[in-house]
Design a protein around this ligand. Structure first.
Ligand SMILES: Cc1ncc(COP(=O)(O)O)c(C=O)c1O
Length: 420
């Protein structure tokens, strides 16, 4: 695989801006730490050995390269474009989050820090960070909104088993944005020995660039794999968008191919018109602003007060969006769509029943948008869906959505056993 020694098209300007988005807006207390991180990352990025050690660790520990699967049954069902899926669900710990954390772990070792902290929504990033910390012998604290803890309890269980301290965040909507704020506060007090493993392509420079750098492994692999499987590049690439790391990662492989259409899929929740969603770009609901250390498009009202967000998928429930994606949207290089919770659950069901593949609720957003469009393309065209993670973690939410009676009686029996 190519080593990105030249400046790739997904890197920001030297000030950390992608067009008008990005930059670094933090309290003074963090300036020095961020400068240290920029220096360490800049040095690592220029060292081809660093990328080689990353790729080889991901091969031996995380199971990379992940395959691309041709979905013959779904293709037949929709009767349009041939459907291919990039299988990040087969990555160690079950999601693309592992790419970013293992990479940042290598950087923490280079910087000689002893402790890592992280925020998590769906819990996948928390599990991945706790796994990395256990492997590399680092102390680990994970911040998670109380609401997300309730939705994603199996992941909380694993984080604790892996030796992490899990802190429940009780402010605001008790979801990801509140966990990010709590994490930033911890970092301001602990930066001498602590690295903040930011989980997505957001936050102050250099995080969006650094996370995209590690996640670009998805797009680099997928580009080569699609050429080998189909003799060409996909016509369309779909990825769900929370903060934007899996989308940035897969898009990175195709940014210089204008013939490949890039589609980011946001959470339409209960419908954009209900206000209960997390669509910042699709539907034109978001506005440019500065928060959480960077400038991007946020869901906020006219006075700049951040809106509450909602999604059935905890990992998409976020007010901001990676500055690279905000810029791609502004420049018309990527198209953004939103799908509702109901469409997501239907797409999940179809994928499970037709292909024996169980995507995460987050990833099912990308599937739902692709299914909506597949039949409008012809059978000599191909689409690639990024399956950012596996759905096991969503069993409680999905069982509720499908109203599964057997599952409910199992939970009642289990609860009786615990004497509740
Ligand atoms: C499986 C999965 N997919 C997607 C996301 C969304 O994050 P991002 O937009 O950074 O890829 C998450 C976040 O937790 C996730 O767990």
């Amino acid at each position: 695989m190519t080593i990105p020694t030249e400046r790739p098209s997904w890197a920001p300007g030297s000030d950390g801006y992608y067009g008008e988005f990005g930059g670094s807006f933090t309290p003074e207390v963090l300036h020095e730490t961020l400068a240290e991180l920029r220096g360490a990352f800049d040095e690592a990025w220029r060292d081809p050995e660093f990328w080689n050690s990353y790729v080889s660790m991901m091969a031996s520990y995380a199971g990379r390269p992940t395959p691309v699967t041709y979905c013959e049954n779904l293709t037949r069902r929709f009767g349009g474009a041939r459907i291919y899926v990039k299988r990040e669900d087969l990555n160690h710990t079950g999601a693309h989050k592992a790419n970013n954390v293992m990479g940042q772990g290598l950087l923490v070792q280079r910087m000689g820090k002893k402790r890592v902290i992280a925020e998590t929504g769906a819990g996948q990033h928390g599990v991945a960070t706790a796994t990395m910390a256990a492997r590399l012998g680092l102390e680990c604290t994970i911040y998670m909104g109380e609401e997300d803890i309730a939705r994603q309890h199996p992941n909380v269980f694993w984080m604790k088993q892996l030796g992490a301290e899990v802190v429940a965040v009780t402010e605001g909507t008790r979801t990801l944005k509140d966990a990010v704020n709590a994490c930033l506060r911890d970092w301001a007090e602990s930066m001498d020995d602590t690295h903040y493993v930011l989980g997505t392509a957001c936050g102050p420079h250099p995080f969006p660039q650094m996370v995209t750098y590690f996640q670009s492994i998805i797009g680099q692999e997928a580009r080569v794999q699609m050429q080998a499987l189909t003799g060409g590049l996909p016509n369309r690439v779909y990825a769900c968008v929370g903060g934007g790391s899996n989308a940035s990662g897969i898009f990175a492989g195709f940014l210089d191919d204008p013939e490949v259409e890039l589609i980011g899929v946001e959470a339409g929740g209960k419908g954009i018109e209900t206000g209960q969603h997390a669509s910042r770009l699709a539907g034109g609901q978001g506005r440019p602003g500065i928060a959480q250390g960077y400038k991007t498009v946020f869901l906020q009202n006219d006075e700049g007060v951040m809106q509450d967000t909602y999604s059935v998928a905890a990992g998409l429930d976020y007010i901001g969006i990676g500055p690279l994606l905000a810029d791609l949207h502004q420049r018309g290089r990527a198209r953004f769509e939103s799908v509702t919770d109901a469409e997501v659950v239907a797409a999940l069901r179809l994928t499970i029943q037709n292909e024996g593949i169980i995507p995460a609720l987050e990833s099912s957003h990308a599937f739902a948008a692709a299914f909506r469009e597949a039949s409008s393309l012809s059978s000599d065209q191909t689409i690639l869906i990024n399956q950012s993670g596996r759905g096991d973690k969503d069993i409680f939410t999905v069982a509720d959505a499908l109203d599964d009676d057997d599952w409910k009686s199992f939970i009642r029996r289990k609860s009786a056993e615990y004497g509740e």
